[in-house]
Ligand binder design. Structure first.
Ligand SMILES: NC(=O)c1ccc[n+]([C@@H]2O[C@H](COP(=O)([O-])OP(=O)(O)OC[C@H]3O[C@@H](n4cnc5c(N)ncnc54)[C@H](OP(=O)(O)O)[C@@H]3O)[C@@H](O)[C@H]2O)c1
Length: 170
């Protein structure tokens, strides 16, 4: 699985069920990476989307509510059910797209992360771990630093080093 997120210098990703920043090239990057694939999101992130479901992608929505039906999307009710559901899909076509709760629960199953690092800070109430200090993760690709409306940002790809422990989980 591939985790994809935009996080600022505090690792903030959201506030009041909205994104913190609106950077057109980041949206384009997200679209280019995920289009044609399967995207996994939490119910709260799904509700925050301006367009639902995300077009040209298989949308999976995680919810504990068995009665909740999402049009043109798949509802999944546990991590175990999710792992079973995606077992036939190539790993590089499955994207974990948030929010904080889903990133945290699915991080152990991810081997790549695309983080758009935004070199700024804003009030946030949702965060991701800091991939620069996360054990077994290392940056493998960095774009140049870009700027939009005075906000600097950079696309960074991280990979997880395979250890005996996480190899046993696979
Ligand atoms: N910057 C970024 O890249 C980015 C990306 C995505 C989202 N965000 C932001 O993140 C925030 C939302 O994140 P969040 O942490 O509040 O919510 P979330 O992760 O989007 O959704 C949480 C919900 O997912 C369901 N869930 C969680 N674990 C589950 C499991 N194991 N099995 C089944 N269902 C499960 C539950 O739904 P029920 O309550 O229905 O049971 C839970 O309330 C927003 O501010 C959003 O804008 C930022």
């Amino acid at each position: 699985m591939i985790l994809i997120a935009a996080a600022d210098l505090n690792n903030g990703i959201g506030f009041k069920n909205s994104l913190l920043y609106d950077i057109p090239e980041d949206k384009k990057f997200f679209k280019e990476k995920t289009i044609g694939g399967t995207v996994i999101m939490g119910r709260k992130t799904y509700e925050s989307l301006p367009v639902k479901p995300l077009p040209k992608r298989q949308n999976i929505i995680m919810t504990g509510n068995n009665d909740k039906i999402f049009e043109d999307a798949v509802s999944i009710h546990s991590t175990e059910e999710l792992l079973e559901f995606i077992s036939g899909i190539p790993e590089d076509k499955v994207f974990v797209i948030g929010g904080a709760e889903i990133y945290s629960k699915l991080l152990p199953f991810c081997s790549t992360a695309y983080i758009t690092r935004i070199y700024s800070t804003r009030s946030a109430d949702r965060f991701i771990p800091d991939f620069d200090t996360l054990e077994n993760w290392k940056p493998v690709e960095k774009s140049e630093i870009k700027e939009y409306n005075g906000i600097r940002y950079q696309f960074i790809k991280y990979s997880k080093k395979i250890t005996l422990d996480n190899w046993k989980m696979m």
